[in-house]
Design a protein around this ligand. Structure first.
Ligand code: PHE
Length: 456
């Protein structure tokens, strides 16, 4: 129980928890970030390493967050205070900060997806790549972007304010099945396109030479993507697991959640690449805006492209929404548990703060990068790393005990899990953090310094 006197909320059903976690995991990371990472990092070679990291790093790590949440029935700050105490309590703050920063700009990008869905209805996709690029630059920053950022944030606030069962659980029970069905339908459509076979071979047959030549950039990108796509490193899975009223088999739930998330990312590749290849657009175009620019250009080129584009971007917006509510819930749970504030005002204040912090990202793409790189490559990895150290090295017995509740005797599998956390997971995170810091330094001294010079 929190400071207030109402009993803590719980999920109404097992499906509710699983769908909420899947809804969190499946988001812009799957549909927007994943294809552009595949494109940037050499196609199938990246896909292979990514799948490896999902199993080797993602699975052990998601179980860590689950056991911490279920054990303590707390938000990340409360959870770490209770389970680790001392200086380790501050790690919870890293999670709260990460969630706060990420949602601030995630909502801006989600606003773009709404704008691009509307463009379809207006028959507004431009087949010419340069024009499509200009259109993106116009839409991505400015008043309209701020307005859509506000609209999106308002929807997130409304759902979170309604609570776990009546808000989040109900919303994901509609959204997640819709995402799965539409994605499957679009993959079938993409299969009929003329560029499909060329796209499949680009996407599905890895060249081992590429891996050997590019591993220093493929490995951290794949590790970061595995973490991001499973919503790890910012306390989402701690928070969601803290609403589990009963003991369930967390390993089984983890497999289901990861299975869905991976399937949706994989299938998105089967949609995006045939569309790009059919329209003759290069999938290797780098950058965050690329998928908007190149897909919109492809939609401008295809028969009935406006309709396909509308359905595609609307699905992305829904997926972003089911992820955004999980991010807001992390911070809101903290305010409710630790500060004794009621849910509705908590959601309003937190969402309002996130909106304001996001405004700069909606005015200039460089500022969006400034927030995105910092949160995604540094904060998120740092929080994840510290949690893995705490649980893997300091609290192994507690963690194994907690995981066994709902499963029974784990035998040597419990130890195997802890060793997976202690070595591969932690090593991968240390490498990713180091590279992330270097990359951020390059960004600050490069594009960001240039921007400062031009602006002031
Ligand atoms: N997993 C989400 C995605 O793939 C992103 C996310 C990260 C959502 C962290 C919540 C928390 O888009």
């Amino acid at each position: 129980m929190g400071i207030g006197d109402a009993p803590r909320e719980t999920w109404a059903t097992r499906a509710g928890f699983i769908l909420a976690a899947v809804g969190s995991a499946v988001g812009l990371g799957n549909i927007w970030r994943f294809p552009f990472q595949v494109g940037q990092e050499g196609g199938a070679a990246f896909l292979l390493i990514y799948l490896l990291f999902i199993v080797l790093v993602g699975f052990p790590a998601i179980l860590v967050e689950f056991v911490v949440g279920r054990r303590t029935e707390r938000n990340p700050v409360g959870a770490l205070k209770e389970i680790a105490g001392g200086v380790w309590s501050y790690v919870g703050w890293v999670f709260i900060a990460t969630g706060f920063v990420i949602l601030s700009y995630y909502s801006v990008v989600a606003g773009w997806t709404i704008r691009y869905a509307i463009l379809g209805l207006q028959d507004g996709y431009l087949a010419d790549a340069a024009e499509s690029e200009g259109q993106f630059v116009d839409l991505a920053s400015g008043l309209e972007a701020i307005a859509l950022h506000a609209v999106f944030m308002a929807i997130v606030i409304a759902i979170v304010a309604l609570g776990i069962q009546r808000g989040i659980e109900l919303a994901v029970k509609v959204m997640v099945p819709a995402i799965v069905l539409i994605t499957a339908g679009m993959a079938v459509y993409a299969f009929t396109l003329e560029g499909a076979s060329e796209a499949y071979s680009y996407y599905l047959s890895p060249e081992f030479g590429t891996i050997a030549a590019e591993w220093t950039s493929i490995l951290p990108a794949a590790a970061g993507q595995a973490f991001f796509t499973l919503s790890l490193g910012m306390g989402v899975m701690i928070t969601y697991a803290s609403y589990l009223g009963e003991d369930r088999n967390l390993a089984e739930d983890g497999v289901i959640i990861i299975g869905f998330d991976t399937a949706i990312a994989f299938v998105t590749g089967l949609i995006v690449f045939p569309i790009l290849f059919t329209a003759g657009v290069d999938p290797a175009d780098p950058g965050a805006g690329a998928i908007f620019v190149s897909l919109a250009a492809a939609f401008g080129d295809l028969t009935l492209g406006w309709l396909v584009g509308f359905v595609f971007f609307a699905t992305v917006a829904i997926a972003a929404l089911s992820s955004a509510i999980s991010l807001m819930e992390v911070v809101v749970a903290y305010v409710i548990d630790e500060r004794g504030v009621d849910r509705a005002p908590a959601a309003l204040v937190v969402g309002g703060g996130m909106f304001l912090l996001g405004v700069p990202s909606a005015t200039d793409l460089v500022l969006l990068d400034l927030f995105d790189l910092f949160a995604d490559q540094i904060l998120l990895v740092l929080g994840g790393l510290l949690l893995m150290i705490i649980v893997g090295w300091l609290l192994a017995d507690v963690a194994i005990d907690e995981l066994s509740r709902g499963i029974g005797d784990l035998g040597s599998l419990g130890r195997a899990w802890i060793w997976a956390v202690r070595l591969p997971v932690i090593v991968v995170l240390i490498v990713a953090l180091t590279l992330g810091i270097l990359e951020y330094y390059d960004f600050l001294t490069g594009p960001f310094a240039d921007w400062i010079g031009e602006t002031f």
